[in-house]
Design a protein around this ligand. Structure first.
Ligand code: HEM
Ligand code: HEM
Length: 187
């Protein structure tokens, strides 16, 4: 690890790292699951795929609420000193957009489900509250938004993972390591 980071000694704490990787895992499942469910022929399997997509999506929303609480009450580790102003701004903007998309995607999915008039229980346990009511035009319009947001998410993730790999293999500044699940507890 670079001197810069060794000196600062800061990492993401255990809860922040757990939230990052569990949400990342869920999102990596959610995107293909959404595409698969949408394109599958009408059948019980399609409904099953959608049920998982919706339940896991609401789980992402719940974890994001927790993550936003963590983030607004904790200070993130400092940027490596070698990172320029432009790079810091790009990282901040990408991260903020990821936060926004990971809240808007479940919310728009929820509205689509609600406006389509489909009663749904999260993991077959908790009925998903309805706040829009059946409305086909709303369901169609918001489904297009949900689709557009998912494409934006894929683009940002390519950028995000690319940046993480650049930090690890080109800059070698320890930015990836401080987010990895293992290691000593952060303060
Ligand atoms: C669906 C997948 C992912 C999502 C939604 C995601 C989202 C995020 C977000 C929102 C942050 C900012 C944290 C904050 O400022 O509070 C972050 C940080 C980070 N992510 Fe991801 N991430 C994903 C996958 C990955 C992958 C696959 C890698 C590594 C290859 C990675 C590496 C990192 C690193 C190293 C940081 C910390 C950057 C720093 O210390 O400033 N992420 N991620
Ligand atoms: C992290 C959260 C989520 C992600 C990344 C995500 C992603 C996706 C993707 C990639 C698609 C396929 C897009 C298309 O081709 O139209 C899709 C479709 C869909 N998703 Fe989600 N989704 C999320 C959460 C949710 C939630 C929470 C619900 C409902 C409670 C939901 C309901 C739907 C529905 C109903 C469709 C089909 C829309 C249509 O009729 O075209 N999604 N989602």
């Amino acid at each position: 690890m670079s001197t810069v980071l060794r000196n600062s000694g800061a990492r993401w704490n255990a809860l922040a790292r757990w939230l990052h990787w569990s949400i990342a895992l869920l999102v990596f499942v959610q995107i293909p699951l959404g595409w698969l469910a949408s394109t599958w022929e009408l059948s019980p399997a399609k409904l099953g795929l959608f049920a998982w997509h919706k339940s896991l999506g609401i789980l992402v929303l719940a974890l994001m609420v927790l993550r936003i609480v963590w983030r607004t009450t904790h200070r993130p580790p400092p940027w490596p000193l070698a990172m320029g102003r432009g790079e810091r701004r790009a990282a901040r903007l990408t991260h903020a957009s990821l936060y926004l998309l990971l809240v808007l995607l479940p919310l728009t999915g929820w509205i689509v489900n609600d406006a389509a008039g489909v009663p749904f229980s999260i993991f077959r346990l908790v009925p998903l509250p309805s706040f829009v009511g059946p409305d086909e035009a709303v369901a169609d319009a918001v489904a297009r938004v949900h689709h557009g947001l998912s494409l934006a998410l894929v683009a940002l993730l390519v950028l995000h993972v690319g940046a993480a790999l650049r930090h690890q293999f080109v800059l070698r500044d320890g930015v990836l390591e401080r987010m990895l699940p293992s290691g000593r507890r952060a303060r």
